[in-house]
Design a protein around this ligand. Structure first.
Ligand SMILES: Cc1cc2nc3c(=O)[nH]c(=O)nc-3n(C[C@H](O)[C@H](O)[C@H](O)COP(=O)(O)O)c2cc1C
Length: 370
């Protein structure tokens, strides 16, 4: 009943302040983001480099979950707007942002306002209406990235009152998008992207192109992988699905004690270079319940495409620490302190890593040789 009233009230308010076709859905109260990351850190995660024609990619998104202070313990069962991504609860827009990153690479950036939004849905609706009416551009937390290094900028947001939240327009007003390709995407509760694509196109300055956007209905985000991949392909951005079953490259084995796992090394310059060192045995140590890493005694030349997040199964090279790692589990701390470059993937079940001692010798070998 409360929700229905919220919809009705919202629609009535919208009618008086906005164009007649504007509609607003009635999501339940948004809930917690139990694990928070530093909003100003860019968070790359794909297992493959960005598609070359897209250049260096930034995926900037606004999600209510990272912009409201929820009570401890709120989870997906109390908010339809949160979904489970590996072991972590994330907002629906962030989930789509991560899907995109997994497919095209690039850096994730969470757009966050200095003043958090209320946790009560009706109050967020009211505040958003006030901000829209007044044309307020809420102040954003300082960012730490250099937009100049990006060629393609994805802009993600939940649809609020049939448009993008004002924080998106704050973000767009802060940067010079000259020569950049802008790609909007959004999540919503059934009413679509509204006027957001048009208003975003109006708000950016000097861009090379604004590509066709994608609107994903919130309850469907966890099933949206094919939709996202199809959209990326339609707009000419190569999607390389980061799924271990589909991982392509040179087949390898990863032997740890008596366990032999399957994997691939990708067809990238760095992975090809490291392929030349196989068979390769590395003394690895477990860290953080998420990875095994160990130093290597070669210095690869092709060290581009670093990122500070990982997917389960990633085999990575880290230039800063001069080591290789295998990531096997997401934790509450998904952001790495240094960049790693994905060079391959373990395609076998990762459960074996949960049973390993802390120090292990890991041998990477060509599958045909082992
Ligand atoms: C203030 C507010 C206004 C909203 N307005 C709309 C709307 O106009 N149309 C719609 O389909 N969904 C609307 N929604 C629902 C959100 O777009 C949807 O739940 C979205 O997936 C939430 O994404 P997030 O979890 O990343 O914040 C609104 C939600 C809020 C909080």
């Amino acid at each position: 009943m409360k929700k229905t009233l919220a919809i009705l009230l919202t629609l009535m308010m919208m009618g008086s302040i906005a164009a007649c076709q504007r509609r607003e859905a009635s999501p339940p109260a948004h809930s917690a983001m139990p694990t928070k990351v530093n909003p100003t850190v860019s968070e790359p995660d794909a297992s493959k480099p960005a598609a070359s024609e897209s250049g260096h990619v930034l995926i900037a998104y606004f999600s209510l979950g990272r912009n409201a202070e929820y009570p401890e313990g709120t989870d997906a069962s109390t908010s339809a707007s949160l979904v489970l991504d590996d072991a972590e609860m994330v907002g629906t827009t962030e989930y789509v942002a991560r899907l995109i990153q997994n497919m095209v690479g690039g850096d994730l950036y969470s757009i966050e306002t200095v003043a958090p939004y209320p946790t009560d849905f009706d109050r967020v609706v009211d505040q958003n209406h006030e901000e829209m009416n007044a044309g307020t551009l809420p102040e954003l937390k300082a960012s730490n990235f250099d937009l100049a290094q990006y060629d393609t900028v994805f802009i993600g947001y939940p649809v609020w009152a049939t448009n993008a939240p004002q924080a998106i327009f704050s973000f767009l007003s802060q940067y010079d998008f000259s020569g950049k390709t802008i790609v909007p995407f959004c999540t919503h509760d059934g009413y679509g992207a509204g006027g957001s694509y048009e208003d975003i196109a109006k708000a950016v300055d000097g861009e090379r192109a604004v590509l066709e956007g994608l609107a994903v209905e919130a309850p469907g985000v966890t099933e949206a992988e094919d939709t996202v991949a199809g959209w990326l392909s339609d707009i000419g951005i190569d999607a390389q699905i980061n799924d271990s079953d589909d991982a392509e490259g040179t087949a390898i084995t990863i032997s740890i004690g008596g366990v032999v796992l399957d994997g691939v090394l990708y067809d990238t310059a760095l992975a090809r270079e490291i392929l030349g060192y196989l068979p390769l045995t590395i003394s690895m140590v477990g860290f953080g319940g998420r990875e095994y890493y160990g130093g290597v005694d070669f210095y690869p030349e092709n060290v581009e495409g670093g990122r500070t997040t990982f997917s389960n199964g990633d085999i990575t090279y880290c230039e800063a620490h001069h080591n290789m790692a295998i990531f096997y589990a997401q934790t509450d701390d998904p952001i790495l302190s240094v960049e790693v470059i994905p060079i391959g993937k373990v395609t076998s079940d990762l459960a074996a890593f949960e049973e390993l001692p802390n120090h292990v010798n890991v041998t990477f070998a060509l599958a045909e040789e082992s």
